[in-house]
Design a protein around this ligand. Structure first.
Ligand SMILES: Cc1ncc(COP(=O)(O)O)c(C=O)c1O
Length: 363
């Protein structure tokens, strides 16, 4: 049996006619940079998410940077975030010479422990940046209340969670600014690099649009120092062709998660989703003892897995200057030693899932 982790091949074959036609429309028009398809996609994404403004961009990492630049983050400012995430989350903060302030995670959701946030707020704190890790939003109610009380902005790193909801509201429409990534293996991916920034704030939206093209106000007049952060028209065209299928993919991913839950036996810790949230299942991540051994056995049986993430950010060499030590964020550290992500994509068959579950159960 051949099992694919993200299965982009099958996805392309299923939507090929639409995707090819959409790409060809760009080739015919040769409007490769900021073509009509980019604007059209932004309108469609706003309709999908409920966020008033969508500004697409080059990737999720740049989307984070654009969000922080929009709220005017300056050197020395502090942003509270999680150490258990992809590097871009904290990298975006540090690359503006601001300081990532880490808070440990909840064991069950893998997300920032909102109840520990208030303790690290100082007069330098400007924003809270929760990550909807593996798809599930963090405890946004508590985070929004803290932000309101302390006059902080909330920037959601929703790189892995496009389509997820908290209290029935899309993850992309929950923060002062939210972002996502269209990296190919993300729940809603393009076929290269891509990302988007979402906001309901017109001032931020206008600023982000300028920041995306080097801070350009009108042609060759630069109001801000920005970045070269546009989304290619071809990628926009691919996303436009894929969007009508995405709702169904979300349902399929949920069905697959349900089947995993049904079939994986009790002593393996499967992911827990809180009752007021949905997840687009950016990853299906379990906790196992003896991870190396489990991963090897699965690999030998042709089951691909991945480790997100083996080292939390506070222990990464690039953040040595923050002077964190082992045991500073013990839940994140313990988690990074035992997480294992199983194949998750809308095209896994019942046989695939049964085989994966049985192989795991037999270890
Ligand atoms: C949590 C998180 N933030 C940010 C990013 C960055 O997105 P991109 O790879 O599109 O730059 C990713 C991508 O892996 C991510 O998982």
């Amino acid at each position: 049996m051949k099992i694919d982790f993200a299965n982009l091949q099958t996805q392309y074959q299923k939507y090929k006619l639409d995707i090819d036609a959409s790409i060809h429309s760009v080739l015919k028009q040769s409007n490769y940079i900021m073509g009509d398809q980019v604007k059209q996609l932004e309108g469609e994404l706003s309709l999908f998410t409920g966020a008033k403004f969508t500004i697409t961009c080059s990737n999720g990492s740049d989307a984070l940077l654009l969000a922080l630049m929009a709220i005017d983050i300056k050197p020395g400012d502090e942003i509270i975030t999680t150490p258990f995430t992809f590097i871009s989350t904290a990298e975006s903060i540090a690359s503006l010479k601001a300081k990532p302030i880490f808070v440990d995670i909840e064991r069950d959701t893998f997300n920032i422990d909102a109840n520990q946030i208030e303790a690290v707020i100082t007069e330098k704190t400007k924003a809270i940046m929760p990550v909807s890790l593996f798809g599930q939003p963090a405890d946004m109610q508590v985070i929004q209340n803290i932000a309101q009380t302390h006059n902080l902005k909330v920037i959601i790193d929703g790189a892995q969670s496009f389509g997820s909801k908290y209290n029935d509201k899309m993850d992309s429409n929950l923060g002062d600014i939210s972002i996502t990534s269209f990296f190919p293996s993300k729940p809603f991916g393009c076929y290269g690099d891509g990302g988007a920034v979402f906001t309901n704030n017109q001032e931020y939206a206008e600023k982000i649009k300028m920041l995306r093209v080097h801070g350009q106000d009108k042609r060759y007049y630069y109001k801000y120092l920005g970045i070269g952060g546009r989304l290619d028209t071809i990628q926009a065209a691919i996303l436009k062709a894929k969007l009508p299928y995405f709702k169904n993919e979300l349902i399929e991913r949920e069905n697959i998660a349900k089947k995993y839950k049904e079939l994986i036996k009790n002593d393996i810790e499967i992911p827990i989703v809180k009752s007021n949230r949905t997840t687009s299942w950016g990853q299906y991540t379990i906790r196992v003892k003896n991870r190396d051994n489990v991963q090897k056995i699965l690999k030998d049986k042709n089951i691909p897995t991945a480790i997100y993430y083996p080292i939390p950010l506070h222990l990464q060499e690039c953040f040595k200057y923050l002077n964190h030590k082992e045991n500073n964020f013990s839940v994140a550290e313990e988690t990074s030693k035992c997480v294992l992500s199983l194949p998750m994509n809308a095209f896994l068959t019942e046989d695939n899932i049964s085989y994966i579950a049985k192989t795991l159960n037999d270890i």
